[in-house]
Design a protein. Structure first.
Lengths: 292, 276
């Protein structure tokens, strides 16, 4: 028997013990509870909300309202701005951190990486709440400064601001960005950097010309993850943003919680997705330019 | 090029390395990032044991009064029960579905497998809020169902499935399927081959994946908020209370939630080899 014949025989036999049939329950779950709802969401965005009910008369009115309403435009612009700043901050923290643990402390990198993963599972809501207890008027920073006597009035601007939202989102999303950057960086040979150093290149120059181009796919994924998660977040601006930190997530949730105008809410959600796709496309382009 | 690929080539010959010139600066940066990542968690845990309600540093003294308050709060106990039910049911559904899916993926060609696996990972990328409002419309607007814990659990399973499939796919890909061939050749039926050969060998990964699913369910907030109706789970209860005030008993509630998800995730990590 030739090697090829043996392989073909093995393949045939494998088909006997394995079939694609076990995939069906999971696929069904995805169709019924994922694809179905998303398609219904799209359909609803073309409906009309009238007299506490939804009329399936397909039209574009909700999208016109979503794009022309000044309030929503302001919120959308702020959402993109905050998400952009958060993405930049997250990359500026996650990339050097991952680079350092991979190439400067290679013997401790797995342990440090594991610690970062642990914080990824440190409950989302708990973290947002924690920033409230840290930044609030009766929070850790203000209470401590008051008791030391450095201030006589609590600094109220710490909480309920876009800055508070940005800090909390950055804090929450750094671990998420470390994941893809870390796995991309494990493919960069330390010897390559070593050779560059021996040839007289500085550390920063090596990062820009060697490490960054090689890890760019990971950086792009990290940027996209971070941007999506930051722009579509709903709990962080609600708990930390106040009036000046309202973001698109809150506006969408409002149509579902208070006004019950689901078709408009659905149109707002899909508009947000469209903006996200455009923004991420731009982000990928800019990052690609950076690596050249 | 071969010399370049050997990271430690010649390191003993040249003990003077420039890479160790300023390790304290690097160590400082790593320390600062770690402090930033852990600060909120440390604050919540520390103040949950504080003896006075004021959140001022340094801590006044140790006390378990906030935990005692939680235990006596009927709302918290109800929410805890619901959270535990959701976690167990999610693990019991997502676990088997994920194991089966990972086995089914093996039967596909390399290309098809990549596509199907990629599609099944989509719930990780789609923003939680979008899924939550889509499910809200779907269940109530289309199917006319009332929101409840069961409806929320269907969402939990969907969110846990990608992670279960990733974990199981990694475990199954290192399994030698020739063992199953051998079992079949020796006369075992498909079910017997699965039960006696495959399952015992992938069992740690199955347990790990189920624990991960439970952790995801326990931590899930946004889908439950939108489709859970009046069936409040612990995170949703916390959400409601946080909006009202900064209350020291919330620190105890948050610490409990944090401890539960972290322990489950650590137990899961010990049983699996998947690199997320």
């Amino acid at each position: 028997m030739t090697a090829e014949a043996a392989r073909v025989g093995g393949g045939a036999r494998r088909r006997r013990v394995l079939s694609g049939l076990p995939l069906l329950p999971a696929v069904a779950w995805f169709l019924v509870f994922f694809l179905g709802p998303l398609l219904v969401l799209v359909a609803f965005s073309f409906f009309t909300f009238r007299g506490l009910a939804w009329v399936p008369d397909l039209h574009l009115g909700n999208y016109v309202e979503a794009l022309t309403d000044a309030g929503f435009r302001t919120i959308l612009l702020r959402t993109v701005t905050i998400a952009l700043f958060v993405t930049i901050a997250v990359l500026l923290i996650a990339y050097p951190f991952t680079y350092i643990i991979t190439f400067i402390f290679p013997r401790r990198k797995q342990w440090l990486y594991f610690l970062v993963l642990v914080t990824l599972f440190g409950s989302y809501l708990v973290r947002i709440y924690a920033w409230r207890t840290i930044l609030g008027a009766e929070g850790v920073i203000n209470e401590t400064l008051l008791s030391v006597g450095l201030i006589t009035e609590p600094i109220r601007e710490l909480l309920n601001s876009p800055l508070a939202v940005g800090i909390a989102l950055t804090n929450f999303l750094v671990p998420l960005a470390v994941l893809p950057i870390y796995s991309a960086m494990q493919n960069v040979s330390p010897g390559l950097l070593e050779a560059g150093r021996d040839l007289g290149a500085g550390r920063l120059h090596l990062v820009r010309t060697v490490a960054l181009p090689l890890t760019m796919p990971g950086v792009r994924v990290a940027a996209a993850f971070t941007f999506i998660a930051a722009a579509a977040d709903f709990a962080t601006p609600a708990l930390l943003g106040g009036a000046s930190g309202r973001m698109a997530g809150g506006a969408i949730a409002r149509e579902f919680g208070q006004t019950l105008d689901w078709p408009l809410g659905a149109a707002l959600a899909i508009t947000l997705i469209g903006v996200l796709v455009l923004a991420i496309g731009a982000l990928w382009f800019v990052l690609g330019r950076l690596a050249r | 090029m071969t010399a370049l690929n050997r990271p430690h080539a010649g390191s003993s010959a040249r003990p003077r390395r420039r890479r160790t010139r300023r390790p304290w600066l690097s160590a400082l940066l790593v320390g600062a990032v770690m402090l930033f990542l852990f600060a909120p968690l440390i604050v919540v845990v520390a103040f949950s044991f504080n003896s006075i309600p004021r959140m001022s540093l340094p801590l006044a003294g140790l006390s378990l009064q906030w935990y005692q308050g939680l235990l006596e709060d009927p709302e918290v106990r109800q929410a805890l029960t619901r959270s535990l039910i959701a976690a167990v049911v999610t693990a019991l559904i997502a676990g088997p579905l994920g194991v089966l899916a990972a086995l089914g993926l093996r039967a596909l060609s390399e290309r098809l497998r990549t596509i199907v696996l990629g599609a099944m990972l989509l719930p990780i990328v789609v923003p939680g809020l979008l899924l939550a409002v889509a499910l809200a419309i779907y269940w109530n607007g289309l199917l006319g169902q009332r929101y409840s814990l069961s409806v929320a659990i269907a969402g939990h399973v969907l969110l846990a499935l990608p992670f279960v499939i990733l974990t199981m796919n990694a475990a199954v890909s290192s399994f030698r399927f020739s063992l199953l061939d051998a079992a079949r050749d020796l006369g075992a039926g498909p079910w017997q081959a699965f039960r006696d050969i495959l399952f015992p060998l992938i069992r740690p990964a199955v347990e790990g994946a189920a624990l991960l699913a439970a952790a995801i369910s326990l931590d899930e907030f946004i889908v439950t908020l939108f489709v859970g109706g009046r069936d409040t789970t612990l995170p949703v209860l916390m959400w409601g209370r946080v909006q009202r005030s900064v209350d020291p008993s919330l620190n105890a509630l948050a610490t409990t939630l944090l401890a539960a998800t972290t322990i489950l995730a650590l137990l899961a990590a010990r049983r699996t080899t998947v690199k997320l």
